[in-house]
Design a protein around this ligand. Structure first.
Ligand code: SAH
Length: 405
Protein backbone atom coordinates (compact mmCIF):
# COMPACT_ATOMS: atom_id res chain seq x y z
CA UNK A 1 0.00 0.00 0.00
CA UNK A 2 1.32 3.45 -0.82
CA UNK A 3 1.74 5.99 1.96
CA UNK A 4 -1.18 8.37 2.57
CA UNK A 5 -0.84 12.09 1.92
CA UNK A 6 -2.36 14.76 4.15
CA UNK A 7 -2.64 18.17 2.51
CA UNK A 8 -3.01 21.14 4.84
CA UNK A 9 -5.22 24.16 4.26
CA UNK A 10 -3.46 27.27 3.02
CA UNK A 11 -1.79 29.17 5.87
CA UNK A 12 -2.03 26.27 8.35
CA UNK A 13 1.58 25.07 8.14
CA UNK A 14 3.09 27.44 10.73
CA UNK A 15 2.75 25.18 13.81
CA UNK A 16 4.24 22.29 11.83
CA UNK A 17 7.15 24.41 10.69
CA UNK A 18 7.65 25.29 14.38
CA UNK A 19 7.72 21.56 15.14
CA UNK A 20 4.53 21.27 17.13
CA UNK A 21 3.69 17.54 16.89
CA UNK A 22 -0.12 17.69 16.49
CA UNK A 23 -2.32 18.33 13.46
CA UNK A 24 -6.00 18.89 14.23
CA UNK A 25 -8.76 18.00 11.79
CA UNK A 26 -9.54 21.68 11.17
CA UNK A 27 -6.15 22.28 9.55
CA UNK A 28 -6.55 19.53 6.97
CA UNK A 29 -7.75 20.27 3.41
CA UNK A 30 -7.68 16.70 2.11
CA UNK A 31 -6.60 13.26 3.24
CA UNK A 32 -5.51 10.74 0.65
CA UNK A 33 -6.28 7.26 1.92
CA UNK A 34 -4.22 5.70 4.64
CA UNK A 35 -5.29 2.96 7.03
CA UNK A 36 -5.94 4.20 10.57
CA UNK A 37 -2.67 4.21 12.49
CA UNK A 38 -0.54 4.14 9.32
CA UNK A 39 2.21 6.53 8.33
CA UNK A 40 1.25 9.60 6.31
CA UNK A 41 3.22 12.36 4.64
CA UNK A 42 2.06 15.89 5.45
CA UNK A 43 2.34 18.48 2.69
CA UNK A 44 1.45 22.18 2.42
CA UNK A 45 -1.45 23.36 0.21
CA UNK A 46 1.01 23.67 -2.70
CA UNK A 47 2.48 20.21 -2.22
CA UNK A 48 5.68 20.99 -0.25
CA UNK A 49 6.90 18.27 2.12
CA UNK A 50 6.41 19.31 5.76
CA UNK A 51 6.56 16.24 7.96
CA UNK A 52 5.70 12.57 8.39
CA UNK A 53 3.64 11.02 11.13
CA UNK A 54 0.87 8.58 11.95
CA UNK A 55 -2.78 9.07 11.19
CA UNK A 56 -6.05 8.41 12.98
CA UNK A 57 -9.20 9.87 11.52
CA UNK A 58 -11.17 8.99 14.68
CA UNK A 59 -9.10 11.33 16.81
CA UNK A 60 -9.38 15.12 16.84
CA UNK A 61 -5.62 15.07 16.61
CA UNK A 62 -5.57 13.41 13.21
CA UNK A 63 -1.81 13.32 12.72
CA UNK A 64 0.96 13.05 15.29
CA UNK A 65 4.27 13.94 13.77
CA UNK A 66 7.24 11.66 14.06
CA UNK A 67 9.76 13.45 11.85
CA UNK A 68 10.24 16.76 10.08
CA UNK A 69 12.87 15.20 7.77
CA UNK A 70 11.97 13.46 4.53
CA UNK A 71 13.05 10.06 5.85
CA UNK A 72 11.32 6.65 6.04
CA UNK A 73 9.60 5.69 9.31
CA UNK A 74 10.68 2.07 9.39
CA UNK A 75 11.79 -0.28 12.15
CA UNK A 76 15.25 1.19 12.02
CA UNK A 77 13.82 4.67 12.65
CA UNK A 78 11.93 3.48 15.77
CA UNK A 79 15.04 1.72 17.03
CA UNK A 80 17.17 4.87 16.66
CA UNK A 81 14.61 7.00 18.50
CA UNK A 82 14.05 4.53 21.35
CA UNK A 83 17.79 4.11 21.76
CA UNK A 84 18.36 7.86 21.90
CA UNK A 85 15.75 8.33 24.64
CA UNK A 86 16.95 5.32 26.66
CA UNK A 87 20.57 6.41 26.46
CA UNK A 88 19.73 9.93 27.64
CA UNK A 89 18.23 8.37 30.80
CA UNK A 90 21.08 6.00 31.50
CA UNK A 91 23.56 8.86 31.36
CA UNK A 92 21.50 10.88 33.81
CA UNK A 93 20.97 7.87 35.97
CA UNK A 94 24.66 7.04 36.21
CA UNK A 95 25.41 10.65 37.15
CA UNK A 96 22.76 10.73 39.86
CA UNK A 97 23.30 7.36 41.43
CA UNK A 98 27.06 6.92 40.92
CA UNK A 99 26.78 3.73 38.93
CA UNK A 100 24.01 1.54 37.65
CA UNK A 101 21.37 0.78 40.22
CA UNK A 102 19.48 -2.48 39.60
CA UNK A 103 16.49 -1.07 41.52
CA UNK A 104 16.36 2.20 39.60
CA UNK A 105 13.01 3.59 38.51
CA UNK A 106 12.51 6.38 36.01
CA UNK A 107 10.60 7.39 32.92
CA UNK A 108 12.48 6.13 29.89
CA UNK A 109 10.22 7.45 27.13
CA UNK A 110 8.09 10.54 27.70
CA UNK A 111 5.86 10.50 24.60
CA UNK A 112 5.70 13.79 22.62
CA UNK A 113 8.49 15.16 24.82
CA UNK A 114 10.85 12.48 23.52
CA UNK A 115 9.51 13.03 19.98
CA UNK A 116 7.67 9.70 20.23
CA UNK A 117 4.01 10.80 20.45
CA UNK A 118 1.66 8.51 22.34
CA UNK A 119 4.35 6.30 23.88
CA UNK A 120 5.17 6.14 27.58
CA UNK A 121 7.74 3.69 28.93
CA UNK A 122 8.69 3.57 32.61
CA UNK A 123 11.46 1.44 34.06
CA UNK A 124 10.93 -0.20 37.46
CA UNK A 125 14.06 -2.16 38.36
CA UNK A 126 14.05 -5.15 35.98
CA UNK A 127 10.71 -4.40 34.39
CA UNK A 128 9.49 -1.96 31.80
CA UNK A 129 5.91 -0.75 31.75
CA UNK A 130 4.55 0.50 28.43
CA UNK A 131 1.53 2.71 27.85
CA UNK A 132 0.16 3.07 24.31
CA UNK A 133 -1.96 6.23 24.26
CA UNK A 134 -2.75 6.30 20.53
CA UNK A 135 -3.70 3.94 17.73
CA UNK A 136 -0.41 4.64 15.92
CA UNK A 137 1.50 3.30 18.95
CA UNK A 138 -1.00 0.56 19.76
CA UNK A 139 -0.56 -0.96 16.29
CA UNK A 140 3.22 -1.09 16.76
CA UNK A 141 3.46 -1.97 20.46
CA UNK A 142 4.74 -5.52 19.94
CA UNK A 143 7.48 -4.33 17.61
CA UNK A 144 8.35 -1.54 20.07
CA UNK A 145 8.50 -4.02 22.96
CA UNK A 146 10.86 -6.27 20.96
CA UNK A 147 13.15 -3.33 20.19
CA UNK A 148 13.11 -2.18 23.84
CA UNK A 149 13.98 -5.71 24.99
CA UNK A 150 17.00 -5.68 22.69
CA UNK A 151 18.13 -2.26 23.97
CA UNK A 152 17.83 -2.67 27.75
CA UNK A 153 18.21 -5.63 30.06
CA UNK A 154 14.71 -6.43 31.27
CA UNK A 155 12.88 -9.43 32.72
CA UNK A 156 9.62 -8.39 31.16
CA UNK A 157 7.66 -5.62 29.47
CA UNK A 158 4.16 -5.12 30.83
CA UNK A 159 1.42 -3.10 29.16
CA UNK A 160 -0.70 -0.63 31.16
CA UNK A 161 -2.82 0.90 28.42
CA UNK A 162 -5.78 1.38 30.76
CA UNK A 163 -6.21 5.12 30.42
CA UNK A 164 -9.29 7.10 29.40
CA UNK A 165 -7.58 9.10 26.64
CA UNK A 166 -7.46 5.95 24.52
CA UNK A 167 -11.22 6.33 24.08
CA UNK A 168 -10.56 9.44 21.97
CA UNK A 169 -8.56 7.24 19.60
CA UNK A 170 -11.29 4.61 19.40
CA UNK A 171 -9.29 2.24 21.61
CA UNK A 172 -10.29 0.16 24.64
CA UNK A 173 -8.20 -0.49 27.75
CA UNK A 174 -5.59 -3.20 27.45
CA UNK A 175 -3.20 -4.61 30.02
CA UNK A 176 -0.95 -7.64 30.03
CA UNK A 177 2.47 -8.93 29.19
CA UNK A 178 4.05 -7.77 25.92
CA UNK A 179 7.41 -9.46 26.29
CA UNK A 180 9.17 -11.75 28.80
CA UNK A 181 7.94 -12.61 32.29
CA UNK A 182 4.92 -11.29 34.19
CA UNK A 183 6.04 -8.86 36.91
CA UNK A 184 5.59 -9.92 40.55
CA UNK A 185 2.84 -8.44 42.74
CA UNK A 186 5.30 -5.84 44.02
CA UNK A 187 8.51 -4.60 42.46
CA UNK A 188 10.80 -2.95 45.00
CA UNK A 189 12.41 0.19 43.62
CA UNK A 190 15.01 2.45 45.14
CA UNK A 191 14.37 6.20 45.30
CA UNK A 192 17.14 8.23 46.93
CA UNK A 193 17.58 6.34 50.22
CA UNK A 194 14.21 4.58 50.46
CA UNK A 195 12.85 1.33 49.08
CA UNK A 196 9.36 1.52 47.67
CA UNK A 197 7.01 -1.31 46.72
CA UNK A 198 5.32 -0.67 43.40
CA UNK A 199 2.36 -2.60 42.03
CA UNK A 200 2.83 -2.13 38.28
CA UNK A 201 -0.13 -4.35 37.40
CA UNK A 202 -2.80 -2.59 39.49
CA UNK A 203 -1.30 0.66 40.79
CA UNK A 204 -2.10 4.13 39.44
CA UNK A 205 -0.62 5.19 36.09
CA UNK A 206 2.20 2.71 35.42
CA UNK A 207 2.38 1.92 39.16
CA UNK A 208 4.02 4.94 40.73
CA UNK A 209 4.25 8.74 40.43
CA UNK A 210 7.84 8.85 39.19
CA UNK A 211 7.53 12.52 38.21
CA UNK A 212 7.58 13.60 41.88
CA UNK A 213 10.93 11.95 42.70
CA UNK A 214 13.00 15.18 42.94
CA UNK A 215 10.33 16.88 45.07
CA UNK A 216 10.22 13.98 47.52
CA UNK A 217 13.99 14.38 47.85
CA UNK A 218 13.56 18.14 48.29
CA UNK A 219 11.18 17.49 51.18
CA UNK A 220 13.79 15.32 52.91
CA UNK A 221 16.44 17.98 52.38
CA UNK A 222 14.57 20.87 53.87
CA UNK A 223 13.36 18.87 56.86
CA UNK A 224 16.95 17.91 57.62
CA UNK A 225 18.09 21.50 57.08
CA UNK A 226 15.28 23.41 58.77
CA UNK A 227 13.78 21.17 61.42
CA UNK A 228 16.65 19.31 63.02
CA UNK A 229 16.02 20.88 66.43
CA UNK A 230 12.33 20.20 67.00
CA UNK A 231 9.66 17.64 66.19
CA UNK A 232 8.23 18.17 62.72
CA UNK A 233 4.56 17.50 61.90
CA UNK A 234 3.94 16.67 58.25
CA UNK A 235 0.56 16.42 56.58
CA UNK A 236 0.82 14.36 53.37
CA UNK A 237 -2.37 15.02 51.39
CA UNK A 238 -3.15 12.63 48.51
CA UNK A 239 -0.38 10.38 49.80
CA UNK A 240 -0.89 7.43 47.44
CA UNK A 241 1.64 4.78 48.62
CA UNK A 242 3.34 7.24 50.96
CA UNK A 243 6.25 8.49 48.82
CA UNK A 244 6.54 11.97 50.36
CA UNK A 245 5.87 10.56 53.83
CA UNK A 246 8.69 8.02 53.54
CA UNK A 247 11.17 10.74 52.66
CA UNK A 248 9.93 12.92 55.53
CA UNK A 249 10.30 10.03 58.00
CA UNK A 250 13.80 9.37 56.70
CA UNK A 251 14.78 12.84 57.91
CA UNK A 252 14.03 11.78 61.52
CA UNK A 253 12.07 13.46 64.32
CA UNK A 254 8.92 13.52 62.25
CA UNK A 255 5.23 12.71 62.57
CA UNK A 256 3.47 12.06 59.27
CA UNK A 257 -0.25 11.99 58.60
CA UNK A 258 -0.97 10.31 55.24
CA UNK A 259 -4.39 10.94 53.74
CA UNK A 260 -5.74 9.18 50.66
CA UNK A 261 -9.07 7.95 49.34
CA UNK A 262 -7.57 4.60 48.34
CA UNK A 263 -7.27 1.88 50.98
CA UNK A 264 -4.94 -0.21 48.76
CA UNK A 265 -2.60 2.77 48.42
CA UNK A 266 -2.55 3.33 52.20
CA UNK A 267 -1.93 -0.34 52.84
CA UNK A 268 1.10 -0.21 50.59
CA UNK A 269 2.20 3.03 52.31
CA UNK A 270 2.20 1.12 55.61
CA UNK A 271 4.17 -1.77 54.07
CA UNK A 272 6.68 0.74 52.71
CA UNK A 273 7.28 2.24 56.16
CA UNK A 274 7.86 -1.27 57.54
CA UNK A 275 10.13 -2.21 54.64
CA UNK A 276 12.41 0.73 55.40
CA UNK A 277 12.25 0.26 59.19
CA UNK A 278 11.62 3.98 59.54
CA UNK A 279 11.21 5.50 62.98
CA UNK A 280 8.62 8.13 63.74
CA UNK A 281 4.90 8.44 64.20
CA UNK A 282 2.80 7.63 61.15
CA UNK A 283 -0.93 7.78 60.60
CA UNK A 284 -2.85 6.46 57.62
CA UNK A 285 -6.28 7.94 57.09
CA UNK A 286 -8.66 6.84 54.39
CA UNK A 287 -10.64 10.01 53.75
CA UNK A 288 -11.73 12.57 51.23
CA UNK A 289 -9.08 15.27 51.49
CA UNK A 290 -11.60 18.10 51.10
CA UNK A 291 -13.68 16.80 54.02
CA UNK A 292 -10.62 16.06 56.14
CA UNK A 293 -9.34 19.62 55.65
CA UNK A 294 -12.61 21.24 56.64
CA UNK A 295 -12.69 19.16 59.85
CA UNK A 296 -9.00 19.76 60.59
CA UNK A 297 -9.52 23.55 60.33
CA UNK A 298 -12.45 23.27 62.76
CA UNK A 299 -10.29 21.27 65.17
CA UNK A 300 -7.57 23.96 64.88
CA UNK A 301 -4.94 21.44 63.86
CA UNK A 302 -1.52 22.81 62.91
CA UNK A 303 1.32 21.34 60.85
CA UNK A 304 4.89 22.39 60.14
CA UNK A 305 4.76 21.13 56.56
CA UNK A 306 1.89 20.28 54.25
CA UNK A 307 2.37 18.44 50.97
CA UNK A 308 -0.63 18.82 48.67
CA UNK A 309 -0.38 16.69 45.52
CA UNK A 310 -3.91 16.20 44.17
CA UNK A 311 -4.89 14.21 41.08
CA UNK A 312 -5.50 16.00 37.80
CA UNK A 313 -8.51 18.34 38.18
CA UNK A 314 -8.63 19.61 34.55
CA UNK A 315 -8.18 17.40 31.50
CA UNK A 316 -9.06 20.18 29.03
CA UNK A 317 -9.68 23.92 28.74
CA UNK A 318 -13.41 23.57 29.52
CA UNK A 319 -12.59 22.18 32.96
CA UNK A 320 -10.10 24.90 33.94
CA UNK A 321 -12.54 27.13 35.81
CA UNK A 322 -13.91 24.34 37.98
CA UNK A 323 -10.41 23.01 38.58
CA UNK A 324 -9.23 26.47 39.63
CA UNK A 325 -11.94 26.57 42.29
CA UNK A 326 -10.82 23.14 43.55
CA UNK A 327 -7.16 24.18 43.77
CA UNK A 328 -8.10 27.44 45.49
CA UNK A 329 -10.24 25.68 48.07
CA UNK A 330 -7.54 23.14 48.81
CA UNK A 331 -4.77 25.68 49.17
CA UNK A 332 -6.90 28.02 51.29
CA UNK A 333 -7.42 25.21 53.80
CA UNK A 334 -3.73 24.30 53.70
CA UNK A 335 -2.73 27.89 54.51
CA UNK A 336 -5.04 27.84 57.53
CA UNK A 337 -3.42 24.66 58.84
CA UNK A 338 0.23 25.72 58.64
CA UNK A 339 2.08 26.93 61.71
CA UNK A 340 3.67 30.38 61.25
CA UNK A 341 7.08 29.75 59.70
CA UNK A 342 5.95 26.41 58.28
CA UNK A 343 5.99 25.24 54.67
CA UNK A 344 3.52 24.33 51.95
CA UNK A 345 4.57 22.18 49.01
CA UNK A 346 1.67 22.49 46.63
CA UNK A 347 1.20 20.97 43.17
CA UNK A 348 -0.99 20.78 40.12
CA UNK A 349 -0.61 18.07 37.50
CA UNK A 350 -3.25 19.51 35.16
CA UNK A 351 -1.70 20.21 31.76
CA UNK A 352 -4.49 22.72 31.08
CA UNK A 353 -3.39 24.88 34.06
CA UNK A 354 -0.20 26.80 33.27
CA UNK A 355 2.42 27.47 35.96
CA UNK A 356 1.41 31.15 35.87
CA UNK A 357 -2.25 30.39 36.38
CA UNK A 358 -1.44 27.97 39.18
CA UNK A 359 0.58 30.63 40.97
CA UNK A 360 -2.32 33.08 40.59
CA UNK A 361 -4.75 30.54 42.07
CA UNK A 362 -2.48 29.93 45.06
CA UNK A 363 -2.13 33.69 45.46
CA UNK A 364 -5.94 33.96 45.54
CA UNK A 365 -6.10 31.34 48.28
CA UNK A 366 -3.41 33.15 50.27
CA UNK A 367 -5.25 36.47 50.03
CA UNK A 368 -8.41 34.85 51.41
CA UNK A 369 -6.48 33.18 54.23
CA UNK A 370 -4.99 36.43 55.52
CA UNK A 371 -1.58 34.76 55.81
CA UNK A 372 1.77 35.76 54.30
CA UNK A 373 3.85 33.49 52.07
CA UNK A 374 7.11 33.49 50.14
CA UNK A 375 8.09 31.36 47.17
CA UNK A 376 11.18 29.38 48.15
CA UNK A 377 11.28 27.38 44.94
CA UNK A 378 9.30 26.62 41.80
CA UNK A 379 8.93 22.86 41.49
CA UNK A 380 8.58 20.52 38.53
CA UNK A 381 9.33 16.95 37.49
CA UNK A 382 12.82 15.45 37.22
CA UNK A 383 15.00 15.32 34.12
CA UNK A 384 13.63 11.89 33.21
CA UNK A 385 10.39 13.77 32.36
CA UNK A 386 11.79 16.28 29.88
CA UNK A 387 9.46 18.75 28.16
CA UNK A 388 10.00 19.37 24.44
CA UNK A 389 10.47 23.11 23.96
CA UNK A 390 8.14 22.90 20.97
CA UNK A 391 5.40 21.26 23.07
CA UNK A 392 4.33 23.45 26.02
CA UNK A 393 1.45 21.04 26.72
CA UNK A 394 4.12 18.65 28.02
CA UNK A 395 4.74 20.77 31.14
CA UNK A 396 1.90 19.30 33.15
CA UNK A 397 3.44 19.07 36.65
CA UNK A 398 4.12 22.32 38.44
CA UNK A 399 4.45 23.18 42.08
CA UNK A 400 5.49 25.78 44.62
CA UNK A 401 7.47 25.42 47.81
CA UNK A 402 6.22 28.22 50.05
CA UNK A 403 7.19 29.47 53.48
CA UNK A 404 4.07 30.60 55.28
CA UNK A 405 3.78 33.15 58.13
N1 SAH B 1 1.85 12.23 46.22
C1 SAH B 1 1.72 10.91 45.67
C2 SAH B 1 0.90 10.87 44.42
C3 SAH B 1 -0.52 11.40 44.55
S1 SAH B 1 -1.58 10.95 43.27
C4 SAH B 1 3.11 10.31 45.45
O1 SAH B 1 4.12 11.01 45.68
O2 SAH B 1 3.21 9.13 45.09
C5 SAH B 1 -3.14 11.42 43.82
C6 SAH B 1 -3.75 10.54 44.91
O3 SAH B 1 -4.93 11.20 45.32
C7 SAH B 1 -4.17 9.14 44.52
O4 SAH B 1 -3.53 8.24 45.36
C8 SAH B 1 -5.70 9.09 44.74
O5 SAH B 1 -6.12 7.87 45.34
C9 SAH B 1 -5.89 10.21 45.70
N2 SAH B 1 -7.18 10.92 45.67
C10 SAH B 1 -7.87 11.38 44.62
N3 SAH B 1 -8.94 12.12 45.01
C11 SAH B 1 -8.93 12.12 46.37
C12 SAH B 1 -9.75 12.73 47.36
N4 SAH B 1 -10.80 13.50 47.04
N5 SAH B 1 -9.44 12.53 48.66
C13 SAH B 1 -8.37 11.77 49.00
N6 SAH B 1 -7.55 11.20 48.09
C14 SAH B 1 -7.81 11.36 46.81
Amino acid sequence: MSEGIITLKKGREKPILQQHPWIFSGAIASAQAADPGDIVTVVSHDGRFLARGYWNQKSQIQVRILTWQDEPIDEDWWRRMLKRAAEARSLQHVTFEQGDNPQAAYRMINAENDFLPGLIVDRYADWLVLQALTLGIDKRKHMLADILASLVKASGIYERSDVDVRGKEGLKSETGILWGEIPPEHIVIHEHFVQIKVDVRNGHKTGFYLDQAPNRHRLYNFITEDFDEGFCQVLNLFSYTGGFGLHALGAGGVRVVNIDASMEALKLAEENVALNQLQGEVEYLQADVFEYLRDAVERNEQFDIIVCDPPKFASNKQQVERAARGYKDLNLHCFKLIKPGGYLMTFSCSGAISPDLFQKIVFGALADSGRQAQIIQHLGPGGDHPVALTFPEGAYLKGLLLRVY
